[in-house]
Write a protein that binds this ligand. Structure first.
Ligand SMILES: [Zn+2]
Length: 342
């Protein structure tokens, strides 16, 4: 199927919240990892989200170019073409973009979508995250409202963050004193201000102790009940229509019961990066260790072209990542939920 259009994406999100499941939103940095996600979703008969981070975009543009928007565009263009071959819907999203990176990452991508729409073409991306969690909440929301107004004109969905996801991602590290738990008061303010942009759609990454990266069991104390408190508060104040569409960041290594509880409280998108990164590399490491005398020229030998051809181990990495994507669909209860009618 082609990449989901706005109407389909909205329907996906509505269905997930109503049906108590969530979409895996998987970070990709190459054609190979994007293909792995498409296959994993298709095998699971699940729609899903492919996302690119600032660092992923820079990487994809080439080590000497390092243009985060350029790399993100290349990946998105590939997905637009390749997604046609898979019987599910996929939405394209960009991950964390801090305020100081908006002009280098999100805005050029929004401009590209605006240019495409003017030419009668589909949007490049479906949604973008603005991560204003490092600036005061008022500034975060002021900027978010401005972005949402512009996004809405081009049928783009905005993801914002209130509270701070701990740990480190893409070299951006959360302060040790960071506010790891969003409060209902914060989210009421988000709803109060963002709902003034009539008809616009946004996703909210509310934090409940989440940490980027993966840790040994017991290290991270998740409190999904915080999400329920936020939803209860917003419904009490504004009514059922104001319920949030929530995003779960930093979920790698989380216990299934916490994931399911978060989904019950309105999480419709769970970001997955660390777990799929590991799955990708695990297969390559296995290949290298098993065939070290083929991938290397040992003791004057010539190695084995078949084993050091990058396609050999990249295909193994792709297959291994596909399996991890399938597990994510199963964990998030999205298996068999595709909107695509084949
Ligand atoms: Zn995140």
């Amino acid at each position: 199927m082609p990449v989901a259009d706005y109407k389909t994406y909205c329907e996906m999100l509505d269905r997930a919240r109503k049906g108590h499941f969530a979409y895996p939103a998987i970070n990709v940095t190459s054609l190979t990892s994007a293909n792995a996600v498409l296959k994993g979703l298709a095998d699971s008969k699940s729609d899903g989200i492919i996302q690119v981070s600032t660092g992923g975009g820079a990487f994809a543009s080439g080590a000497s170019v390092k243009d985060m928007a350029l790399g993100a565009m290349s990946i998105a263009e590939h997905v637009h073409r390749a997604a046609e071959r898979y019987p599910v819907y996929v939405a394209l999203h960009t991950d964390h973009c801090q305020a100081d990176k908006l002009d280098k990452f999100v805005m050029p991508l929004v401009e590209e979508t605006e240019r495409r729409r003017a030419a009668g073409m589909p949007n490049l991306f479906n949604s973008h995250m603005f991560d204003g969690s490092a600036i005061p909440l008022k500034d975060n929301i002021d900027l978010s409202v401005k972005l949402l107004e512009r996004f809405h004109r081009s049928e783009l969905i905005l993801e914002i963050e209130a509270g701070v996801v701990g740990g480190e991602e893409d070299g951006v590290k959360a302060e040790a004193s960071a506010k790891l738990y969003t409060t209902p008061e914060d989210t009421l303010e988000v709803a109060h201000r963002l709902n003034t942009v009539k008809g616009a759609r946004y996703l909210l990454a509310a934090t409940f102790g989440n940490v980027h990266g993966v840790y040994k069991p017991g290290h991270v104390k998740l409190k999904p009940s915080i999400l329920k408190d936020c939803q209860d508060a917003v419904v009490k104040k504004f009514g059922e229509w104001a319920l949030f569409y929530l995003v779960f960041h930093g979920g790698s290594g989380s216990e299934l019961k916490d994931i399911h509880e978060a989904i019950d409280y309105g999480v419709v998108k769970m970001n997955i990066d660390t777990d799929t990164q590991y799955a990708f590399t695990r297969a390559i490491a296995d290949h290298m260790f098993r065939h070290y005398d083929g991938v290397l020229k040992v003791d004057g030998e010539v190695g084995s072209k078949k084993t050091y051809d990058p396609r050999t181990y990249m295909a193994l990495a792709e297959a291994s990542m596909t399996e991890r994507v399938k597990q994510a669909c199963s964990d998030l209860k999205s298996v068999g939920t595709t909107l695509f009618k084949g």
